[in-house]
Ligand binder design. Structure first.
Ligand code: GUN
Ligand code: ZN
Length: 438
């Protein structure tokens, strides 16, 4: 740990609550000439440069990021670590994509060396894109979970993840059993959860690849470890829903399967939530479960349109994520842009203040981690992204006519990608520079 205090100067933006609309200036802190004082990996002070520098130690190391924007690092609430070589596969819809590309690629993670090598590339991609926390599915091999958390620890990142539990309807080499998935998940959870910045997520893939006995095991684990997250997929694709109904004829509906095994609750992250019935919405709300929007994936796999207004209107908490490799980009900027377009198709036009809130404090709130990540509040971890709205020629040209913060954010979302990420700080350490160009 680097104990020397450092100060970052720049334009600071951090959200305090969900903006209710374009005029809601009470939802965020914006300092045109702002600064962050960082000590021991945490933000010690955040505010106007003059005030922060006055309170800083005499020989504080200053990095001047002006005129760039300093935001909390992006949070990706649903991604697949073993799909780094699945992204950009020419596939049909979900079930074919899984069988033809995803399951073969995930089998390679039986080899720890493969997992370790892919982990390096995976984290490089996150950091290049300004993502400082992600919630990932590892493969069904315990090895892959070790590779995932070991690389996170090397980089000091707060990462959530877990072993994918899957005991049917997949190649033999990927299948565990109800008992082994319980035992392995428990051992991994005990090894990693709370070690450094690691958080474990109990991870049954989805109803189709789990027997009732395995979902019961997942429910038992969650009951024994209620401080862990649980993640799975739901209502992504019509064929997936039909097959789930065949496999679980007793359940009220798709969500009913997870409900019956005690998998729902405020730490449960449900990927997709596209084709939801009214009963499912009620149960989501009652249990406090979170609907995770994966726009680039939903477009790429032709899955459907996430109805944010209907879900949130029903009192359901939402988050946003890349879902690489069904998703097509590691960038949360690209993800916000595609999410915006999906909502535009449904006449739900999101304001850029809302989208940047979503990718930072909104996602941190959904994970129950906003006391540590997702804002620039003093006392939280110093995970920060530095954004340059003039990173490319088309961006610079458009910036000539930009007058407001909201316009700048919208430009970043619409035209930006990893080139707009100047630096990514993880627990106060600059991490983008050290990534070698390929
Ligand atoms: N449903 C079950 N597994 C997966 C997966 O890996 N990706 C997506 N998008 N949906 C899934
Ligand atoms: Zn997924």
């Amino acid at each position: 740990m680097n104990h020397q205090a450092k100060l970052l100067r720049g334009r600071i933006l951090s959200f305090t609550s969900a903006p209710s609309g374009p005029e809601d200036t009470s939802a965020y802190l914006y300092e045109e000439d702002g600064a962050l004082l960082i000590r021991d990996g945490k933000i010690a002070a955040c505010g106007r440069y003059e005030e922060v520098v006055a309170a800083a130690p005499d020989r504080v190391q200053v990095t001047d990021h002006r005129p760039h924007l300093l935001l909390p690092g992006f949070i990706d609430t649903h991604i697949h670590f073993p799909q780094a070589q699945v992204i950009a596969s020419w596939a049909d819809q979900l079930l074919d994509w899984l069988n033809d590309y995803t399951f073969p690629a995930e089998q390679k993670f039986a080899d720890k060396a493969h997992g370790a090598r892919i982990a390096e590339g995976f984290y490089d991609a996150l950091v290049s894109n300004g993502t400082t926390t992600a919630v990932a599915y590892c493969s069904s091999h315990p090895n892959s979970v070790d590779a995932y958390f070991e690389e996170a620890a090397r980089r000091g990142m707060l990462m959530v993840g877990g072993k994918t539990m899957m005991d049917r309807n997949a190649p033999e080499a990927l299948c565990d059993t109800a008992q082994s998935s319980y035992d392995d998940s428990k051992a991994l959870l005990e090894k990693w959860h709370g070690r450094g910045r690691a958080h474990y997520a109990i991870t049954p893939r989805f109803a189709i690849t789990s027997t009732p006995a395995q979902l019961e095991a997942a429910g038992a684990l969650l009951k024994e470890h209620p401080d862990c997250h649980l993640q799975t997929h739901i209502n992504e694709n019509h064929n997936e829903i039909a097959l789930t109904k065949e496999l679980y004829p007793e359940a009220a509906d798709y969500l009913g399967v997870y409900e019956d095994f005690g998998l729902l609750g405020p730490k449960t992250l449900l990927g997709h939530c596209i084709h939801m019935n009214d009963r499912e919405l009620d149960v989501m709300k009652e249990t406090g479960s979170i609907a995770v929007f994966c726009p680039t994936s939903n477009l790429f796999l032709g899955s459907g349109l996430f109805d944010k207004a209907r879900l949130e209107g029903s009192g359901i908490r939402t988050a946003i994520a890349t879902d690489v490799g069904g998703g097509t980009n590691y960038s949360m900027l690209r993800t916000l842009d595609e999410g915006y377009k999906i909502l535009q198709l449904q006449r739900q036009r999101l304001h850029p203040l809302e989208t940047f809130y979503w990718a930072t404090k909104g996602n941190a709130d959904a994970l129950g981690l906003s006391d540590r990540i997702g804002t620039l509040d003093a006392g939280t971890d110093a995970d920060i992204v530095v954004l340059n709205a003039r990173a490319t020629q088309p961006m610079a040209l458009r910036m000539e006519t930009v007058e407001t913060l909201s316009e700048e954010l919208f430009l970043l979302q619409t035209l930006g990608d990893d080139r707009a990420v100047v630096e990514t700080y993880v627990a106060g350490q600059p991490r983008k520079d050290e990534i070698n160009d390929i």
